[in-house]
Design a protein around this ligand. Structure first.
Ligand SMILES: [Zn+2]
Length: 355
């Protein structure tokens, strides 16, 4: 049976709508112009009750759901179209496996803002410039200090992790039509993300202080505009044998490598991207098994049970791992799921406890 689109989408609307091409200015939670009827401050998105929006004019000051926002943005006529869109975003259609074989990159996210060759070239150029401005990590620099404080037992910082001395941090526009504003320049850890076809599709940034702590910014970890791929991995080294590990976060992946020496582990940024992971085409003949280092997330209520029915719960880390394992199985790749025993922890917490 297909999962309820409501369960999948609960609390995830900013990701879903941004991937569908809705300008992030409409998802900040601040009052601003309405994407449908304009104005100055009549509209607001709220990540409450799973995600909702309100407009003084076109919704008559009544809250409407993320589904309604998606339908109006995409021009869908029925709820079913919106529900299919959501399932598609999370890759839970019935013909999943076949689709992944044919289009391992899931390359183009459907969007009104088309991924033209010019736009792809522009975004790639921006990411390449960030990468070129970054340096290899050396002992004592902010990235080295950050990682050593976060990952006990870390021997070597992989070469694919670089130090950017002054990466700009942009806040989203306060209102539509205005420009993003520059908060400042910060030391940062940067890592490139590659899709299954070896294309450079994303750059992951962690904003730091000079002495290697998390910077005081709204989002310490950010990705770039990218080029519309929702399957990528931060490739921290090449696997030396027939197994490769994957995890959500960078510190989690590094901790997994400390706890399981000899295994190369690639962070995938988030549970959604992790669940979309595919073995790169270039490693197809080498990699036979994927070790999935899951976060042992606490169960979160995604929907209250009505009329005495139990609440619907979701544990994002484990479910992403299970989704990935099932997809890999369908293309003949074995998997092994490893997670810390304690609920609410990840491999990084485990490494810190053992140290
Ligand atoms: Zn409106």
């Amino acid at each position: 049976m297909l999962p309820y689109a409501e369960d999948l989408a609960y609390g995830r609307w900013p990701d879903i709508l941004a991937a569908a091409g809705l300008d992030q200015a409409f998802l900040t939670g601040r009052s601003g112009p309405c994407p449908f009827c304009g104005g100055k401050d009549r509209y607001q998105f709220q990540n409450r009750n799973g995600g909702r929006y309100i407009c003084r004019s076109c919704t008559e000051a009544k809250y409407r759901s993320g589904f309604d926002l998606l339908m109006r943005h995409m021009g869908y006529k029925t709820f079913r179209d919106a529900a299919d869109h959501v399932r598609d975003y999370f890759n839970v259609t019935t013909d999943n496996a076949e689709r992944h074989v044919e289009r391992p990159a899931l390359a183009v996210v459907r969007s009104i803002d088309e991924w033209t060759p010019e736009k792809i070239a522009r975004n790639t150029g921006k990411m390449q410039a960030i990468w070129d401005q970054a340096n290899p990590v050396i002992p004592g620099d902010p990235v080295d200090r950050y990682l050593r404080s976060r990952v006990p037992g870390l021997k070597e910082v992989p070469q694919e992790i670089r130090f950017h001395p002054e990466l700009p941090y942009w806040d989203p526009p306060a209102t539509l039509g205005s420009r993003p504003s520059l908060r400042g320049h910060f030391p940062a850890m940067v890592v490139r993300g590659f899709d299954p076809e070896d294309r450079f599709v994303q750059i992951h940034k962690t904003y730091l202080t000079e002495d290697g702590r998390k910077a005081d910014v709204p989002y310490v970890k950010k990705t770039d505009a990218g080029i519309g791929s929702n399957s990528f991995a931060l490739r921290l080294g090449a696997p030396s044998w027939d197994s490769i590990g994957v995890a959500e976060g960078i510190e989690t992946a590094l901790s997994a490598m400390v706890l399981r020496p000899g295994t190369v582990v690639w962070p995938c940024h988030s549970s959604t991207i992790l669940s979309n992971f595919m073995v790169p085409v270039s490693l197809k003949d080498q990699v036979r098994r994927v070790i999935i280092f899951c976060d042992n997330d606490k169960a979160k209520v995604v929907r209250r049970g009505a009329g005495g029915a139990p609440d619907v719960l979701k544990r994002a880390g484990q479910e992403a791992g299970a989704t990935l394992a099932e997809r890999l199985r369908k293309v003949g790749i074995r998997s092994l799921m490893i997670q810390p025993a304690k609920t609410g922890t990840d491999m990084n917490d485990l490494a810190q406890r053992i140290a």
